[in-house]
Design a protein around this ligand. Structure first.
Ligand code: ZN
Length: 170
């Protein structure tokens, strides 16, 4: 078991679009296991590969029913109905904010075994998958806030000693 260092929002890798995982996907089994252990240790309920400095479309999460690995995940349906939830992110330490997102989504992904699957999810699982898939596009939850709320968060991050220019990048 290896606990990996978690990159924060001032790191460039968190702003890059991640590349596809290459077959055979079983080659990512150890990485995914390390990501799961890192997520539990943090503790968090989701982790995307860019958060450990690897710009690949690989996500792990546990929305309460055990750990799941998603290779090259893709959201293919978003409900019109939305839900609000107080989100945080291991790459944006000590910051939480209420984010509105579609309440239900359908996604497609591959497992480590190479099989493609589709699943419709709602609640916390829909929330965490949307958040983690955003990471694969270099998007952070704080990007979804109004400008005035972004400014508040910039102040908080500054206090924590983090460079904040990254928040203006989008
Ligand atoms: Zn995150």
């Amino acid at each position: 078991m290896t606990i990996l260092p978690i990159f924060v929002c001032t790191d460039k890798v968190l702003r890059q679009k991640a590349g596809d995982c290459a077959k055979p996907f079983s080659q990512y089994a150890q990485l995914a296991e390390n990501m799961i252990q890192t997520m539990y240790k943090a503790p968090g309920i989701g982790l995307a590969a860019p958060q450990i400095g690897i710009s690949l479309r690989l996500v792990v999460y546990d929305a309460g029913n055990g750990s799941v690995v998603l290779i090259n995940p893709e959201i293919i349906f978003w409900s019109e109905q939305t839900a609000a939830y107080e989100e945080g992110c291991l790459s944006v330490p000590d910051i939480t904010a209420e984010i509105i997102r579609p309440a239900t989504i359908k996604f497609r992904a591959y497992g480590l075994d190479g099989y493609k699957f589709e699943k419709e999810v709602s609640g916390l699982e829909a929330r965490v998958i949307q958040h983690e898939c955003d990471h694969l596009f270099g998007t952070l939850f704080i990007d979804k806030l109004q400008d005035k709320d972004k400014l508040l968060i910039e102040k908080q991050l500054k206090k924590a000693g983090m460079k904040v220019a990254v928040l203006k990048a989008k």
